[in-house]
Design a protein around this ligand. Sequence first.
Ligand code: UD1
Length: 419
Amino acid sequence: MDRLLIDGGRRLEGTVAIAGAKNAALPQIAASLLSPEPLTLTNLPAVADVTNMLSVVGRHGVKIAAKGAHEATLDAAAAEHVEAPYDVVRKMRATVLVLGPLVARFGKAHVSLPGGCAIGARPIDLHLKVLAQLGAQADVDGGMIVASAPSGLMGGRVLLPSPSVGATETAMMAATYAKGETEIVNAACEPEVVDLAACLTAMGARIDGAGTHRISILGPTTWRPARHHTIPDRIEAGTYAIAAAITGGHLELTGARLEHLGAPAQILETAGVRIFPTDRGLMVAREGKISAIDVTTESYPGFPTDLQAQFMALMAIADGTSTIRETIFENRFMHVPELSRMGADITLRGSTAVVRGRPKLIGAPVMATDLRASVSLVLAGLAAEGRTTVNRVYHLDRGYEDLARKLVRCGAAIERVRD
Ligand code: UD1
């Protein structure tokens, strides 16, 4: 297992190219299963989750022709229904996204219950609920999700009790096969949902309202060959923005879009970070002190749970005390004991962390536990005095393309070593 050795205390300066969004790419790869016509995806991030998702659809018979590291043509003409087994789906939760396309196109799906980040209970009940509302029978049986719709899906009203990103995507993909109009009510509005709608539209689907809480889809779809450019990763951009802030440096994030970074950009600015658009993306700079700011995670356009751990690392060196409340996932505070090992002063009270800023952090050996927790430890290590060793780097490889190299190019002292 690889480790990262970080010698902290260097200001980061330079340019970071923001990769395609992992969380947009994953549903788009799953969507390839819907169509008998080829789908070419460009701007795919070269991360382990994408490789894994490609191998999942590959197991279902999708032919994959990669062109370089960031483009792939997915041809599901000869795809078939087969069981998506535990050894492939266990690695990440997003594999549940093949459920909707399989049941829609083939009338049945057998998918193992997924694994993924260890961030508390991550149920899939809403995915089953939306499929049931479209006329499928969907249940969990012996660790498998079993869904069927022998006479096809029927359009109608799909009501989500909460705006789950994944369940919205499952509903959108399944509804492309449903007869008549489907209206998804209380849909998630995340940019990744909007990008899935753009991808499905390029493939032939008729979709309205993506980006609002009401999405309508008129099915069934006449499929056509398509090409889609995945949006830039707003979480990667937010992470590098915090890297600039925590080291007191300045970074240009090429490809990053301010409109996708609404709440985190505003909060970083209030904390003392300057963020402004450039011709190529965004410039992020910090000159003075970082002030403590309270944050609550929310669905888009609120502050994303996927930036909570990184923001906590920043608050650990802020001037003052901040409270960080996590409302999306339970148990998403695995980084807290590790940040504390580096001298952070954090108290947990249920779903709220109280972070008392300290003048500095001290390097220490720490353990990565999930994707975003791991990167928060890297950020803390960049700011800390002395050496930080981040173990279990494979968590980072799931979602950050070339993290160590991108940081080194901007002046960080990071070495990746093999045990
Ligand atoms: C997606 C992102 C993930 C991000 C999350 C919230 C991908 C691949 N992953 O995950 O990085 O942290 O959105 O922005 O896009 N829930 C249920 N039942 C379900 C589904 C979800 O109770 O069937 C709950 C979850 O446990 C969680 C909340 O709903 O508490 C939000 O989850 P959801 O929006 O579905 O997240 P994901 O799509 O899994």
